[in-house]
Design a binder for this molecule. Structure first.
Ligand SMILES: Nc1nc2c(ncn2[C@@H]2O[C@H](COP(=O)(O)OP(=O)(O)OP(=O)(O)O)[C@@H](O)[C@H]2O)c(=O)[nH]1
Ligand SMILES: [Mg+2]
Length: 625
């Protein structure tokens, strides 16, 4: 039976008296009992310190706390959750040594810990209870200036005990929970990962991108399977180093979380380990940052072995500095958003084991990387051009790949629909074929460790003869998306690969705007959902890939005695018709590693690589057609 708080210098008999408080019962339908009130007052008077108990709804005392003359520091009650409801199912009953109502600290605890109720017993000079104040949370409309608490008192202790004044917390709380529920009328019950409030805090000079950024965060949250119930935006002169925002705003958010019944706060920025812990401790909600959200999506979606290992490694690296933070905010993460995927185990293990796991993952991934490099070297002796489709997430890369090749890779109106990339081939007239590969979408401020994971998926793109940079022309953040993609391509050492900018989703943009964007950016317009728009794209593609002096050099096999690729290419491309790029029969659906090497080998072999033995028959067959 732990006595929490400031126990220094207490006599054994005081401690004993405090321990005995654990045996008291406080029925849920009574504010307090005379036995409890008198013993608490007595100990307070003898120690000169505030004394409190935290009782649950069945009337048991869960915590006994002792403070100093003017305040109590409450222990972490985070894991003693009420089964259901907006409140924690706990009441704080404590003493005050000066005649006063509930203090600001009392009200903050009330909100922060979502207590059912806080009661303060004023202890008189004679060491007897004199008056009682109590308070509880009330729902207020967002943005309203009304107080989120209701406080009642002073009530005469004698009147309370004599039941001249009747207070029934059970009935009170039942009514309040209904009231809160009514405010949160919009509730949808089937969200499997809880309800979240998005929080964007920025300094003034960054305010211009806040709205767009929140919109993207909402998309990410939706992709992760979280229901967004509210969004909070705060522009500050300076980001608070400890809590990011001000304490007042934090309290407001907790209040709001009760109204809309949210259990998760998702920050639209990356939080340092100490920040995350401080915030989680202060508000006692699950706190997730942008990196964690993205990691969570990857953890849910990675399918291949390589992909899974990469995600686990990224999660481990993210979590390592967070293990053993003073208020272990990770303990709130088990299960659900932020605590999913292979990295979940890290929540139970210590730093040392986590480090061991990291080095094991790294060496496994290195082995896979070596295998991939070897394959790529073998494959370099080829003459089939490779085109990689790159671009911001949700730009329509997979849709375009499907439409160009008549295949069916996953297309979803979600961010990071594609995590395990696919390759397909398309055939141009005159038997010229191209292998086209899809890639993982880019996003702003990609967590560093995830970027490392990304890197592997783009190794293949380094062999590409051409990048199709697909961008959603209808997105207001188009310019930002292009910039981010270009930056990340640079970091992936892909800046040197010839690139064609493809303005996608032109069906959503007025033609005049498309025309000016095409001119300004030397781009090709398409609508990936409408193949009748592919003409200009195919023409440009063919010109860039096959025309002499196009600047795109297709590697050809050295020492081969077969035809040079050029010989097989007629000089004219004027005959390109829309139907020209017919899908080629089945491409085996590559399953990870991110980039399925065997599948690409097979594709290339099937397309007439001079170095691959399978090439000749493939080519003969297609010629004969
Ligand atoms: N209106 C319209 N919608 C499109 C077009 N191209 C793609 N979409 C839609 O945009 C959404 C995203 O398409 P995807 O092909 O999954 O995008 P992606 O770039 O592969 O996305 P990630 O794999 O998540 O990076 C889907 O809902 C598509 O149906 C287009 O040209 N016009
Ligand atoms: Mg995709």
């Amino acid at each position: 039976m732990t006595i929490h708080g400031n126990t220094n210098g207490l006599s054994p008999s005081d401690l004993h008296a405090l321990e005995r408080l654990y045996r008291r019962r406080v029925p849920f339908d009574r504010l307090l009992t005379p036995e409890l009130a008198r013993s608490m007052a007595e100990i307070s008077a003898s120690t000169g310190r505030q004394v409190g108990v935290i009782a649950d709804r069945s009337g048991h005392v869960q915590f006994v706390v002792v403070g100093d003359s003017s305040k109590l520091m409450l222990p972490d009650v985070g894991r003693v959750r009420a089964a259901q409801g907006r409140f924690r199912g706990l009441r704080l009953i404590h003493t005050h040594l000066t005649p006063e109502g509930l203090t600001r600290d009392d009200l903050v605890d009330l909100t922060r810990l979502r207590l059912d109720l806080v009661a303060a017993i004023n202890v008189g000079k004679n060491g007897e209870p004199e008056t009682v104040h109590y308070g509880h949370n009330v729902p207020v409309a967002p943005g309203s200036s009304e107080s989120p608490h209701r406080t009642i008192g002073p009530l005469s202790y004698q009147a309370l005990i004599g039941e001249l004044v009747q207070v029934d917390p059970a009935a009170l709380i039942a009514g309040l929970e209904q009231e809160f529920a009514r405010v949160a009328r919009t509730r949808v019950v089937d969200a499997k990962d809880g309800r979240a409030i998005l929080v964007h805090v920025c300094e003034k000079h960054d305010a211009w991108r806040a709205e767009e950024s929140l919109r993207e965060l909402a998309e990410l949250a939706r992709t992760a399977g979280v229901e967004v119930v509210d969004q909070v935006l705060q522009v500050r002169d300076r980001i608070d180093p400890k809590f990011v925002m001000g304490r007042g705003k934090l309290d407001e958010i907790v209040q709001r979380s009760m109204q809309v019944d949210a259990s998760v706060l998702i920050f639209d920025r990356n939080l340092g380990p100490a920040q995350a812990a401080a915030i989680a401790k202060a508000i006692d909600l699950k706190v997730i940052d942008r990196s964690q959200l993205i990691l969570d999506i990857f953890a849910q979606r990675a399918e291949s072995r390589d992909g899974k290992l990469q995600v686990e490694l990224a999660q481990m690296k993210y979590l390592l500095p967070r293990i053993g933070q003073k208020d272990d905010s990770l303990s709130r993460l088990t299960g659900g958003i932020g605590g999913r995927g292979p990295g979940e185990t890290v929540l139970e293990i210590g730093k040392r084991r986590a480090r061991e796991r990291i080095s094991r993952l790294e060496s496994e991934l290195e082995k896979l990387a070596v295998q991939r490099r070897n394959r790529r070297q073998r494959r370099n002796r080829r003459d089939v051009p490779i085109v990689s489709i790159v671009g911001y997430t949700n730009a329509g890369k997979s849709t375009l790949l499907n439409a160009l090749t008549g295949s069916e890779t996953i297309v979803e109106d979600k961010l990071f629909a594609t995590l395990d990339t696919r390759s397909r081939r398309i055939r141009f007239p005159e038997e010229r074929e191209v292998v086209i590969t899809d890639t993982v979408g880019f996003i702003r401020d990609l967590p560093v460790d995830l970027f490392a994971a990304f890197r592997a998926t783009f190794e293949e793109a380094q062999d590409a003869d051409l990048l199709l940079h697909v961008v959603d022309a209808s997105d207001p953040a188009l310019g930002e998306h292009i910039k981010t993609t270009e930056q990340l391509l640079g970091q992936l050492e892909l800046s040197n690969v010839p690139t064609l900018l493809v303005l996608n989703k032109c069906d959503r943009v007025p033609a005049s705007e498309v025309a000016s964007m095409v001119r300004a950016r030397d781009a090709v317009p398409v609508s990936a959902i409408d193949p009748s728009t592919f003409g200009p794209l195919l023409e440009r593609l063919e010109r860039m890939l096959f025309e002499r002096g196009s600047g795109v050099v297709t590697r050809s096999a050295t020492g081969s005695d077969e035809l040079d690729l050029d010989d097989a290419i007629p000089p004219s491309i004027t005959s390109v018709r829309l139907t020209a790029a017919r899908p080629v029969e089945e491409a085996p659906a590559p399953r990870g590693p991110y980039f399925d090497d065997a599948a690409i080998d097979a594709l290339i072999a099937g397309s007439g690589s001079k170095s691959a033995p399978a090439a000749a028959p493939a080519r003969t067959r297609s010629r004969a057609r």
